[in-house]
Design a protein. Structure first.
Length: 167
């Protein structure tokens, strides 16, 4: 199913089949200001959960981006390994997970099942309406529940951002 997925880093396995505890797929585009504003928080989340067996993959969902543009964006926003990057130009991962917005986070469990899909936190109340700070950290809560072997309390939340561009 993912034969045409362009791997842009050393990702060892299919993003839908974690080798560790879970994978977080962050659906982003290079020109979504909300997705770009989350770069530091995405990096903090990935750093905080790496030692717990959680891998992070940036899923570039814009079909017009080539590998050079993705590599440039990855570097410009300070992303580094072990964070991975893939191009989902044909939206195979978006369709498989139900993602429609950037930024949208998806937690994939060991068995390949989507355990959470939605916002990273509630920093944005609506488009163009940021809060002073986030008061709900949905992705972190879901990750903590997954790692504790508990069901995710809120397996789906509404992400706020840019729509994934259609091919």
């Amino acid at each position: 199913m993912l034969a045409k997925l362009l791997l842009l880093s050393s990702i060892a396995a299919n993003p839908l089949h974690p080798s560790g505890s879970a994978n977080i797929l962050f659906f982003i585009t290079n020109d979504c200001p909300i997705a770009n504003s989350y770069a530091p928080e995405i990096q903090r989340i990935c750093a905080d959960y790496a030692s717990k067996g959680v891998a992070c993959t940036l899923v570039y969902s814009d079909p017009t981006l080539d590998a050079a543009a993705i590599h440039k964006h990855f570097a410009d926003y300070g992303y580094k390994p072990p964070i991975e990057a893939v191009s989902d130009a044909h939206h195979q991962l978006a369709h498989a997970t139900g993602a429609t917005i950037t930024p949208e986070a998806v937690i994939v469990g060991k068995d390949g099942k989507v355990l959470y899909r939605g916002r990273i936190d509630n920093f944005y109340a609506a488009l163009g309406k940021p809060r002073r700070f986030a008061t709900e950290h949905d992705l972190r809560q879901a990750l903590d529940e997954v790692l504790a072997g508990k069901p995710v309390t809120h397996p789906q939340t509404q992400a706020i951002g840019c729509y994934i561009p259609q091919p």
